[in-house]
Design a protein around this ligand. Structure first.
Ligand SMILES: [Zn+2]
Length: 302
């Protein structure tokens, strides 16, 4: 008797375990969070600051890669079928790909964080001896580096907050509290950067890729870019840049880890200076901007 019941019980055991597994509805599933895809790494920071534990963020342009040369991979486009929102920021690659990205998933909310902010044209600064190059194409050529201006990031944060509330109104209060805390951190960062750069005497800096135009505008600096309209400079343009660097007493050329430093090295060698790397795409956006301001201040005070 005992033996027979024992056998039945053992035989049923897997089904009992299976049933228990099915009825465990309270276990938090990863699908409980909003799946948000962004174009670049700093946007992941923005969405996570506001979404907190309620979001899972994927990034299209992987760390170390350059948005300027990026194209979405097929598996990245396929993964968008799981996304609740795509947060764009007005990068050149988006111009070519955003329609494709949107069409991968009709249920995905498309969030444009250039909304409500004014972008300046790319390449306002002209070096002496440089020919005027009209912007390519018929449309305007806005500077896409809007994530490097704390003031403009506040506008982007507001847009991201509104999108999260639209997708998940149940957590509105959390998103609002997170937004308030992020906004307060941005204000504190802005005040710190103003203070850090106030003591700087030389206001001009030279950089390979012109990512810091809004930052320079916001804090009264002047950016001189080695790249001309997104291209390597011609020999004549390079010569003009080198003499400009000499005239301005520039000792440091800023470059970034995501791009070639070859031309920056060339200019640095010619002026007897050095190349310093600062990344516009670091994951801890807040800390990175504070550190970049410190680096600029040190270099420009020398
Ligand atoms: Zn760039």
């Amino acid at each position: 008797m005992f033996n027979r019941w024992y056998i039945v019980a053992v035989a049923l055991l897997p089904f009992v375990v299976l049933l228990a597994g099915c009825s465990q509805g309270t276990r938090p599933e990863p699908t409980d969070t909003l799946h948000v895809t962004v174009s670049i790494v700093p946007q992941k920071y923005f969405v996570e600051r506001i979404g907190g534990q309620h979001v899972t963020v994927s990034v299209m342009v992987q760390p170390g890669a350059s948005p300027e040369t990026y194209e979405p991979k097929p598996e990245q486009l396929r993964a968008l079928s799981e996304a609740d929102a795509y947060v764009s920021i007005g990068l050149p690659f988006e111009k070519a790909w955003l329609d494709r990205i949107a069409s991968t998933n009709p249920n995905m909310l498309m969030v444009d964080t250039t909304r409500g902010l004014e972008r300046m044209p790319m390449g306002v600064h002209h070096h002496h001896g440089e020919e005027e190059r009209p912007p390519e194409g018929e449309t305007e050529n806005p500077d896409p580096h809007i994530w490097l201006s704390p003031e403009l990031v506040k506008v982007q944060a507001q847009t991201i907050y509104e999108a999260l509330v639209r997708l998940d109104a149940a957590h509105k209060e959390t998103y609002q509290a997170n937004l308030d805390s992020f906004m307060a951190d941005i204000d504190a960062l802005d005040a710190d950067i103003c203070q850090t750069l106030a003591r700087v005497e030389n206001r001009k800096f030279m950089v390979f890729h012109p990512a810091w135009g809004y930052f320079a505008r916001d804090y009264g600096l002047e950016m001189i870019s080695i790249e001309v309209g997104g291209q390597e400079p011609s020999a004549a343009e390079l010569a003009a840049l080198i003499s400009e660097a000499r005239e301005e007493g520039i000792r440091v050329i800023f470059a970034q880890p995501e791009l070639s430093t070859r031309t920056a090295e060339t200019v640095a060698r010619e002026i007897g200076g050095e190349v310093l790397l600062v990344s516009p795409l670091a994951p801890d956006w807040l800390d990175n901007l504070r550190q970049v301001a410190e680096t600029f201040a040190e270099v420009l005070s020398e």
